[in-house]
Design a protein around this ligand. Structure first.
Ligand code: UD1
Length: 416
């Protein structure tokens, strides 16, 4: 099992390029199932999760080739409707194949994804939406069997603006007869990227990025070349690392509009940054004040930046209250941060973080992707050398994180 050895206390300086967004490319690869034509994806990050999604597509009959940041996807024929259990259980996000499989093949058999470290994460709203379009859902020996002879457009109100449910319904509705309207839809930038991709293939989706999305059913989609948006969570993580460590870092290849909820909080905390043409420049001495943060759906503060933000605030002046409203049980990083000297108390869905002067190194383990990023951030500021285990979680979502950090002057080594 590989691990990171991180020696803290170094300033970060220089420029770091953000990769394409994991949470955009995953549903986009799934959407490739909607056409038999060839697709080229530019800025596709080479991540463990992307490899798993590629294997899922290959298990259904697709062909995928990677050439640097470019991916060639070709799914001329789909010769299976069932995805192996071990692939779905490796990555919950692979449930977004349900919508496009239903649209193109009229059936999909997928093992129930079950829970994960950050909560039970049910998929009831995905299934409710697909049923509203005319699909039948059966549970059989741990498998979900979803099928439809014909999908028909419908008006679907989501109880909560779920990202995955919005994506699945949007893709299922692409070939449905007539119009589908998703109300209380998720508004995340990754939804907009997926809708843009489908429209580039000939789809008719309007309203992505607002809470009402309209999908007009079409007969056929064709091939295209699409450039994936930059990863706002990776960008946010580097911005937080730069703020915490001190130094001057240009985080480039970002869409700053996607980072507004984070930038507003950093401004409130007294972190100095500039929005420039090619990125966001953070100029920090590693001093900042405590702020209260509440995670919300977009355009609120993203839950995926809660853990790195909390790690940064462990050294702020004053007391911060961080409230997680999107996922239950998303404070797994807190116990590990406490092992590094952090002063944090959990009260219900909030973490009360009393800022301290400095953290110390400790052996810690990543419980999930963003918790892992929080531990990397904390160990970059801690005194001594921390050992971070279970880094496969981190590599699911951060491309070349140790190389990128080394490029900024951090002392980080990956040990196999
Ligand atoms: C996506 C992102 C994830 C991010 C999350 C919220 C991907 C691959 N993952 O996850 O990084 O943290 O959005 O921005 O894009 N829920 C239900 N029933 C459902 C669906 C969701 O109860 O049918 C609940 C979940 O348990 C969770 C909340 O709704 O508490 C939000 O989930 P959702 O927006 O669906 O997140 P994901 O699509 O799983």
């Amino acid at each position: 099992m590989s691990k990171f050895l991180v020696t803290g206390g170094k300033e970060l300086n220089g420029k770091v390029d953000v990769s394409g967004a994991k949470n955009a490319v995953l549903p986009i690869i799934a959407a490739c199932l909607l056409t038999s034509d060839k697709i080229i994806l530019e800025e596709a990050p080479d991540l463990l999760d992307v490899q798993v999604m590629s294997q899922v597509i290959e298990s259904l009959g697709g062909k995928i080739k990677r050439n640097g940041k470019r991916m060639h996807v070709s799914i001329r024929e789909i010769n299976s409707v069932e995805t192996p259990y071990d692939l779905i259980s490796k990555m919950r996000a692979s449930i977004v194949i349900m919508g496009p499989m239903l649209a193109r093949k009229g059936r999909v058999r997928i093992s129930h994804p079950g829970g994960c470290a950050i909560g039970s994460r049910p998929i009831n709203w995905h299934l409710k939406g697909l049923e509203a379009l005319g699909a039948q859902v059966r549970m059989d020996h741990g498998f979900l069997d979803v099928s439809a002879t014909r999908l028909k457009g419908a008006r679907i109100y989501l109880d909560f603006p779920s990202v995955g449910a919005t994506e699945n319904i949007m893709m299922a509705a692409v070939y449905a007869e007539g119009q589908t309207i998703i109300e209380n839809a998720a508004q995340e930038p990754e939804i907009v990227d997926l809708a843009n991709f489908i429209n580039e293939m000939g789809g008719k989706i309007r309203g992505a990025g607002t809470n009402i999305i309209t999908i007009e059913g079409v007969r056929e989609l064709h091939g295209t070349t699409h450039t994936v948006i930059p990863d706002r969570i990776e960008a946010g993580t580097f911005i937080l690392m730069a703020a915490a460590c001190g130094g001057e870092v240009l985080v480039s290849n970002v869409i700053s509009a996607h980072l507004k909820p984070l930038l507003a909080k950093l401004d409130e905390a007294g972190v100095i940054f500039k929005e420039e043409d090619d990125g966001i420049r953070v100029i920090s001495k590693g001093n900042y004040s405590a702020v209260d943060v509440k995670t919300q759906v977009h355009p609120g503060f993203p839950t995926d930046l809660q853990a790195p933000m909390l790690a940064m605030l462990t050294r702020a002046k004053g007391t911060s209250v961080i409230t997680e409203t999107v996922f239950e049980n998303r404070f797994m990083h807190v116990e590990e941060l406490k092992r590094m000297g952090a002063d944090i108390k959990i009260e219900g869905r909030s973490a009360i973080v009393q800022g301290i002067d400095s953290m110390y190194a400790a052996p810690v383990a990543a419980s999930d992707l963003r918790a892992g990023a929080a531990l990397v951030l904390a160990s970059l500021t801690a005194k001594g050398t921390s050992e971070i285990r279970e880094i496969h979680h981190i590599e699911r979502g951060y491309e070349d994180i140790e190389l990128k950090l080394k490029g900024l002057g951090a002392e980080i080594i990956k040990v196999e």
